[in-house]
Design a protein around this ligand. Structure first.
Ligand SMILES: NC(=O)c1ccc[n+]([C@@H]2O[C@H](COP(=O)([O-])OP(=O)(O)OC[C@H]3O[C@@H](n4cnc5c(N)ncnc54)[C@H](O)[C@@H]3O)[C@@H](O)[C@H]2O)c1
Length: 266
């Protein structure tokens, strides 16, 4: 049902994920964790994939304590072979794979003239190459299952803008690439009913921007630059993720949904 038409007497049912299996990369913390918790709360069985094994285990246990179903998998998504093995294990254990949320991400913030190959490459490896190979592996299982699937990429509003409060060129380049990779994969996999969409969040209060959050002047500046007047919390991203991962968005693919408090509308 979830990948088909959204029609239902109760429109909210279209947002449900009962009986579905979701993988969330970077699911141990921040935005990925909030999305994993929400997906489990609406019925999905969730595989928390994270480079940090302990974080993944804690996240899965916390979801389990709240009555959800989640399992932890330690995986660095920059290892394409390990990603293929882990996703195959998940699909085999769960007998299906319906949803992939690509939330694992990395930023190395420096002025462009100071960026070395050692700074540049890991950002590309995680944000673009890792995301692609995770998507490729997930799509293989979704296509083989014959029910299609949904991929939700966590891009960034910095993938739709060259601006920002500090230099972050490698991050912006990779997130911009994710926006267009989302379109390309959406077109390529549409006939197999694998929908691919992205979310472009504003600044979100997670460890990812920890140093920024410790600078009250910078936070105040972001608030002043944001029409809705605040930074986002991980919970602010959940609605968009559930929409794009469920039948509620059955006719939406190749789209990037800004969750930015109006930032990009200016
Ligand atoms: N926080 C923000 O302001 C913000 C804004 C826009 C977009 N984003 C994007 O949202 C996504 C999630 O960010 P967050 O704020 O939740 O960060 P976070 O640091 O809170 O969580 C990211 C998680 O990803 C995991 N991870 C990192 N590299 C990995 C890898 N190679 N393999 C597997 N797991 C890996 C980390 O261990 C961590 O648990 C990222 O793609 C980020 O670029 C964040």
């Amino acid at each position: 049902m979830a990948s088909g038409a959204a029609g239902s007497r109760d429109p909210l049912r279209a947002f449900g994920l009962d009986g579905e299996v979701a993988i969330v990369t970077g699911g141990g913390a921040g935005i990925g964790l909030a999305i994993a918790e929400a997906m489990a709360a609406v019925g999905a069985r969730v595989a928390i994939v994270d480079r940090k094994a302990d974080t993944a285990v804690q996240a899965a246990e916390a979801i389990g304590r709240r009555g959800g179903v989640a399992a932890a998998y330690a995986l660095d998504i920059t290892d394409a072979a390990a990603t293929a093995r882990t996703f195959a294990t998940i699909a085999e254990r769960q007998k299906r794979l319906d949803i992939l949320v690509n939330s694992a991400g990395l930023a190395i913030r420096k002025p462009a003239v100071d960026l070395t190959p050692a700074d540049w490459q890991p950002v590309v490896d995680v944000n673009l190459t890792g995301l692609f190979f995770a998507s490729r592996e997930a799509a293989k299982h979704m296509i083989a299952g014959g029910r299609g699937g949904r991929i939700v990429n966590i891009a960034s509003m910095m993938g739709l803008s060259g601006g920002g409060l500090y230099p972050n060129a490698s991050y912006q380049a990779t997130k911009g690439a994710v926006v267009n990779l989302t379109r390309a994969l959406a077109i390529e996999w549409a006939k197999e009913k694998v929908r691919v969409n992205a979310i472009a969040p504003t600044y979100v209060r997670t460890g990812f921007i920890g140093p920024l959050l410790k600078d009250p002047a910078l936070v105040a500046k972001i608030e002043a630059m944001t029409p809705l007047g605040r930074l986002a919390d991980p919970a602010d991203i959940v609605g968009a993720a559930l929409y794009l991962a469920s039948a509620a968005s059955a006719m939406v693919t190749g789209h990037t949904l800004a969750v930015d408090g109006g930032f990009l509308a200016q």
